[in-house]
Design a binder for this molecule. Structure first.
Ligand code: B12
Ligand code: SF4
Length: 537
């Protein structure tokens, strides 16, 4: 029996000790249901639920981390679908609205929250008067802030429906019902399912037909459908390009405070050269299965693409409507499909805009010709997610299909054709699947690899068992993570994994900090718009 206490405003009780059984097994292949974004069957006259507010909560980060501030794409897509169906929608990003307000967390001064507080959030909610509020739960370390938003909804719109979705919510959805008593949790991609849910509330859709949702029914019982909903109508467009995602409309940029993001200029990449940077997601998913990553599972292990024409059209609208002078590709793995990436980059040439890839790219799917095309199309910086300079660690513990020898050659080639090259590394992988854990010597191999390959800058992250990762399940299985670790305060700088007889997490965290400092000192290329310190990589 679940305790329903609507919007109590408490923090999540979720700690490692209560998570032996995550809702979704990160290693499992989810059952997928492909669908279209169907049209609304209701209209303004016969709707009880018409005003939708979508909220991205404030950000809680490890002290000293720069709060990167980019518009929440997921909410923009959901908003667009709803607006296309004549719903009234607003988006509130609590981070951008209060970017310069920082509040240390009372019981844990290692973490700081950035953004507007509960009182201000309540005011904004009251001003919009929503019938339903959707709150993003993408980042685990936003869980406190999500609680604040729920509390604010309780203050300002106690009769509104309250729902959530995103990468954190997917893995521990029941916490939201137990701790906050909300109405629904969306378990994956939500452009189609959110519309269907609102239609259900308006009496025009059957809840049994909505996949990927856990919802509270009018009688208080909980309805669950864990089947994964993915949008895909046709596979290719008329030009023959992959186009599985083309039916998703462009994000509702007019609902973001675009000028505020441009003013703050805390984009993800330290290299950013433009002052008005657009964000774009051209594909969803990745076909690799790296053990620390949740992406594969979140998008059902499938790669779905947008056609090059569709991507180009979105960027043109950003250029014409918002005068962007740079864009960042946020895909999980933009080069996952080599041929498609080539077509895409050929199209991007037309824009004559600089761009870069702050997220990691798949080097195992790259070749020299692709790198040439990237440069030709305006790419000035690329991030290679190498993870380890030790082939054994890559094969046995990280499970990334990378051949380090070939990788080195491509990194040097990229640098030789003028690209700034940033590397992502992870140190401190514990024993997994019967293989021994990463040794300190192997961590130094990563550092030497970064130097030898000629990276201009690099980020060394401490292995962190984020929710939904195989790494977390392995740490839980082998008791490598303290039982009282709160899942909502995880940073790549803490060192949460302890391996008895091998090393302690805090030692690894301080080694990673040293690597970041040493590697990114002085001579590295930093032409960005913002001043970055060595520990902000
Ligand atoms: C771009 C990005 C960022 C951007 C900001 C994104 C933003 N403002 O939304 C920046 C650079 C700021 C960022 C920072 C961080 N990131 Co990041 N980021 C991403 C990335 C690559 C893409 C996000 C995106 O735009 N996706 C595309 C859209 C379409 O998908 P979506 O946002 O998930 O939204 C869909 C669904 O989730 C759902 N949904 C989302 N919100 C809602 C709300 C409601 C009401 C409903 C119904 C549904 C719903 O519907 C949407 C449409 O289908 C993801 C990886 C990924 N594949 O998503 C990681 C990811 C979200 N980031 C991650 C992490 C760990 C971080 C950092 C902690 C890293 C760090 N050490 O600094 C910080 C935390 C920042 C913070 N605020 O707390 C993890 C989160 C894992 C976790 N459980 O915490 C992810 C999943 C990557 C990973 N490692 O697996 N990130
Ligand atoms: S290649 Fe990148 S996106 Fe794909 S599973 Fe590995 S870390 Fe995740």
């Amino acid at each position: 029996m679940l305790l329903i206490k609507k919007t109590a405003g408490l923090v999540m009780t979720t700690r490692i000790e209560s998570l032996k059984k995550p809702y979704v097994d990160p290693d499992a292949q989810p059952k997928i249901k492909y669908s279209d974004i169907s049209k609304s069957k209701t209209n303004r006259c016969n709707r009880g639920i018409q005003r939708v507010l979508l909220i991205s909560p404030a950000a809680t980060l490890f002290k000293g981390d720069l709060p990167r501030c980019t518009y929440p794409l997921g909410l923009g897509y959901i908003a667009s679908v709803l607006e296309n169906n004549d719903y009234e929608v607003a988006i509130l990003d609590c981070l951008v609205e209060g970017y310069y307000n920082s509040t240390p967390i009372a019981d844990n001064p290692d973490f700081v929250t950035y953004g507007i507080d509960r009182t201000e959030i309540s005011k904004r909610i009251a001003a919009f008067c929503p019938d339903i509020v959707g709150v993003s739960s993408i980042f685990s370390n936003q869980s406190d802030a999500v609680g604040e938003v729920f509390a604010a909804i309780g203050d300002a719109a106690p009769n509104a429906y309250v729902v959530t979705g995103g990468a954190h919510a997917r893995y521990f959805p029941h916490n939201y019902f137990e701790d906050f008593g909300i109405d629904a949790v969306f378990l994956s991609e939500s452009e189609a399912t959110f519309l269907h849910y609102v239609e259900y509330l308006n009496g025009a859709y059957d809840i049994n037909d909505i996949p990927s949702i856990i919802a509270r029914l009018p009688d208080g019982s909980i309805f669950e459908n864990s089947e994964m909903a993915l949008i895909r109508s046709k596979e290719r467009n008329d030009s023959g390009f992959w186009a599985e995602l083309d039916q998703i409309p462009f994000p509702a940029w007019h609902l973001y405070n675009m000028e505020a993001y441009f003013d703050i200029k805390a984009y993800q990449s330290p290299y950013t050269i433009g002052d008005r940077v657009g964000q774009i997601y051209t594909s969803r998913g990745c076909t690799a299965k790296c053990t620390f990553c949740t992406t594969t599972n979140f998008w059902g292990g499938k790669l779905r693409r947008r056609s090059p024409e569709n991507v180009l059209e979105e960027l043109r609208r950003l250029q014409d409507g918002y005068a962007i002078n740079e864009f960042h590709i946020q895909d999980d793995n933009i080069t996952n499909d080599l041929q498609h990436a080539k077509f895409l980059f050929q199209h991007l040439k037309e824009l004559k805009l600089p761009w870069c890839t702050p997220q990691g790219t798949a080097l195992w799917r790259m070749d020299e010709a692709l790198l040439d095309l990237m440069v030709d199309s305006g790419c000035y910086q690329v991030t290679f997610a190498i993870e380890s300079g030790c082939q054994r660690v890559l094969n046995d513990l990280i499970r990334k299909p990378l051949d380090l020898q070939r990788t080195k050659h491509l990194i040097r080639y990229a640098s030789s054709i003028g690209l700034s090259v940033h590397g992502f590394f992870i140190v401190g992988m514990p024993p997994m699947f019967g293989h021994s854990g990463e040794t300190v010597d192997e961590m130094y191999q990563s550092y030497r690899f970064a130097e030898d390959a000629g990276f201009h800058s690099a980020s060394f992250f401490t292995a962190t068992p984020i929710v939904g990762s195989v790494l977390l399940s392995e740490c839980l299985r082998q008791d490598f993570i303290a039982k009282n670790t709160p899942l909502y305060r995880m940073s790549y700088k803490q060192g949460l994994i302890d391996v008895p007889g091998l090393w302690r997490g805090v030692e690894i965290a301080s080694l990673a900090a040293q690597f970041n400092k040493d590697f990114n000192r002085e001579n590295r290329l930093r032409k960005g718009r913002k001043t970055w310190t060595e520990n902000q990589y």
